[in-house]
Design a protein around this ligand. Structure first.
Ligand code: CP
Ligand code: NVA
Length: 331
């Protein structure tokens, strides 16, 4: 049966079948080829989208803007201070207003509940640009990157190290379960993903043939890994005070040369970015100086190594977000 995503919102990968995810990966590849060949693809000319950001962003915002322009669409960007949403106007009212003017709405913010509510009332596709619980647009980019680099998804041994119960840990576990990658969360048990989501993913994995493993053992967890993935140890919206306990908990789970050497020789290193791999950022410098460290979730050596594919992964955010908008708005 053909895949038709027109009119659908993109809120979390749990809502999509493997065939639909496959369709989005393949469409992304086509759009990437068109862009590379310099072939115009402004098939959504005359349409308009709005971007609502309650948290900061580089990749997601720029991907939506560039992809929308390539597709011929107009874009309005609203940052936290510049709309009435939540302060003077409810989510439901905001959604119904924006849905009258725009053909699609991107939302980055805090609770998943909020983006689900926006989608319920908007009457046009809503795309989740990151919530505390999920980061689904990042997943299509990550799957595309893995397939480009390793030539396959099914059977790939995927290891996520670090805060495994944040938006990235949750989303990657779902993505792997759906698409047949063997997912290992290598983390302290305090930061394992929630039991109900793990149970859900184990059910999904039965169909795709994937495995789901949670371990605190870095040596065993990263053995035979094809992908080593990490994310920041403190996410947007978390208070600065958690840094101290998080650093203590996660220190053994840093991605460093020993971890990469223990993985398969051809293993790739991935990170959704931004990353703290040196002290060249405000936060990196403050945390580094306070706790006497120079690198946090990944060493500079690994980040800058040949195995690191983080910038190809970042580029793929744009091609994949373009595919998600094209598929759900429809031309
Ligand atoms: N990976 C990601 O979502 O990056 P931004 O926070 O810069 O959008
Ligand atoms: N877990 C990170 C992801 C950033 C893209 C955060 O929420 O800050």
């Amino acid at each position: 049966m053909g895949v038709n995503l027109r009119g659908r919102s993109f809120l979390k990968l749990l809502d999509f079948t493997p065939a639909e995810i496959r369709y989005l990966i393949d469409l992304s590849k086509n759009l990437k080829d068109l862009k590379r060949a310099g072939i115009k693809h402004d098939t959504l000319k005359g349409k308009n989208i709005v971007l609502l950001f309650e948290k900061t962003s580089t990749r997601t915002r720029c991907s939506f803007e560039v992809a929308a322009h390539d597709l011929g669409m107009g874009v309005t960007f609203l940052d936290p201070g510049s709309s009435q949403m939540g302060k003077k106007e409810s989510i439901a009212d905001t959604a119904r207003v924006l849905g009258r003017m725009y053909d699609g709405i991107e939302y980055r913010g805090f609770s998943q509940e909020l983006v689900e509510e926006l989608a319920q009332y908007a009457g046009v596709p809503v795309w989740n640009g990151l919530t505390d619980e999920y980061h689904p647009t990042q997943m299509i980019a990550d799957l595309l990157t893995i397939e480009e680099k390793l030539g396959r998804l099914k059977g790939v041994n995927f290891v996520y190290m670090g805060d495994a119960r944040n938006n990235m840990g949750n989303s990657l576990m779902v993505a792997c379960a759906k698409m047949g990658l063997n997912f290992t969360a290598c983390a302290p048990k305090e930061l394992f993903p929630a039991e109900d989501l793990v149970a859900k993913c184990k059910e999904i994995a039965k169909v795709s043939g994937a495995t789901i493993t949670l371990t605190e053992d870095v040596q065993a967890g990263t053995k035979n890994a094809d992908v080593i993935y990490t994310d920041v140890w403190v996410s947007m919206g978390e208070p600065d005070e958690v840094w101290e306990s998080r650093l203590k908990l996660l220190k053994p789970f840093q991605v460093n040369k020993a971890v990469m050497d223990n993985a398969n020789p051809e293993a790739i290193f991935m990170h959704c970015l931004p990353a703290f791999h040196d002290l060249k950022t405000e936060v990196g410098k403050t945390v580094g100086e306070k706790f006497g460290i120079t690198e946090i979730e990944v060493t500079d050596e690994v980040f800058e190594s040949k195995q690191s594919v983080v910038f190809d992964e970042a580029e793929n955010r744009m091609h994949t977000i373009k595919a998600i908008m094209l598929a759900t708005i429809g031309s």
